[in-house]
Design a protein around this ligand. Sequence first.
Ligand code: ADP
Ligand code: MG
Length: 460
Amino acid sequence: AAVEAVAEQVVAQLREACATPAARLDRVAAAMEEEMRAGLREEGGSKIKMIVSYVDNLPNGSEEGLFYALDLGGTNFRVLRVQLAGKDKRVVKRESREVSIPPHLMSGSAAELFGFIASAVAKYVADEGSNKVLGGKQRELGFTFSFPVRQTSITSGTLIKWTKAFAVDDAVGEDVVAELQTAMEKQGVDMRVAALINDTVGTLAAGSYNDEDVVVGVILGTGSNAAYLEKASDIPKLEGELPKSGNMVINTEWGNFSAPCLPITEYDEALDEESLNPGEQIFEKLISGLYLGEIVRRVLLKIATQCSVFGDVDRTKLRTHFNLRTPDISAMHHDDTPDLRIVAEKLAINLKIADTTLETRKMVVEVCDIVTRRSARLAAAGIVGIMRKIGRGNPGDERKTGIAIDGGLFEHYAEFRQCLESTLAELLGEEASKSVSVNLTKDGSGLGAALIAAAHSQYA
Ligand code: ADP
Ligand code: MG
């Protein structure tokens, strides 16, 4: 019993440190709104970049024609072809091909990498068959490039740095659209890059295509980010003429948000210090799928070092970073077997914790619950911050507000999704939350890019 009391104390402290009562979330939303304003005021005005996407028109369903998209962000890239047929018929055809990038090209030269991509596009275009662009028009493509770029227009952006497994050094500082465009010309492909976007902006576009009330797009997957539709006149740092539409999509890069009001624990601090990017992406480290399992692992390790509820375990696996992934904690959290068999399995397989009592397994589920609830509630507070910035969700407002969300965390983790939705209702109030809808919106980086290309077509 003394052993259980020690473990329970660690969990009680975690519960306390992760608490997100409405009053605290209100401060988080207010801080998010404040940082957004600071980031819009001037370049570098906030930790969140508030990147001007140069997307000033979201698709509304009237788009027509054949459009291509290219989705580059991981070890595979995809080429898509989408046939749009206007308001009633919508997407009448949608095809895609996935191509894996040979590892040596991921750290070679820009010419080789973009040459390889362009040749894949050329092959894909060659199979166009009866899908030809009508009337001698030039083909148009939306390019989803999920690396940090500094954009100067809808069709240009210089690469700030590579992330993930890419290290094509001579591409840094170069315009990735020009690189792609040149490479496609060399391959003899008659294709114009009509838009350069990231996956968050694509999600917003795909969401708004399905439902014109959608004004916010959110990614809750491996990482987290949000984009939304802002009034161009509310962006002091926007130079030059205001867009005709009066609107501008802002890519917030909210993953880098941080504020003293965030509930940060000793586990989060250690995770951050030992991460690849210490001090950066603090909000993302509290809420996104890459980290939730890892936070839980750290809590379980602490319990194992303080007492013997897990028995006499070899802690090698418990000490191994990322040995518990978010899909694992999701499986444990949703375990509805009477004896929590799935929890027992995950603990045994992932962490070499073989013998546990039912009480201990319940305690592990509670740790998952605490970490995931904090994540979902903070994500909801972030969304409320954006809504406040654009004056949405106020009592008496007739307008509907749609939030398009993509990402494996939101899609597959039901407890997370439900908690996010109920927290939104809690923060907005019952009346206002009736006018807000949250929708899973998949394939923003594919379909969304094609739609933005259509909305920014040279023929539109
Ligand atoms: P990405 O964000 O890398 O583009 P996804 O949107 O598919 O890719 O999200 C993948 C992430 O979603 C994984 O890294 C994981 O954190 C999370 N995830 C995937 N499956 C589940 C699951 N069953 N339960 C909880 N989270 C999951
Ligand atoms: Mg993704």
